[in-house]
Ligand binder design. Structure first.
Ligand code: ZN
Length: 56
């Protein structure tokens, strides 16, 4: 049996690197390192974007 209502709250967030613009999955709930340029991303330095909705 699957609980369907759990899916509704499953929004996938990505960091958008402030240096190179690359979007990548956060490693934890905190800091993550950009796999492309090595820039250290957190909620202050990089933008969090909804992976299903690219915003420009
Ligand atoms: Zn980067």
């Amino acid at each position: 049996m699957a609980d369907q209502y759990e899916i509704a709250d499953n929004t996938e967030l990505f960091y958008k690197c402030s240096k190179c613009g690359r979007m990548f999955e956060p490693e934890d709930n905190g800091n993550s390192t950009c796999p492309v340029c090595g820039n250290s991303c957190n909620t202050d330095s990089c933008k969090l974007v909804d992976g299903s909705n690219e915003d420009y």
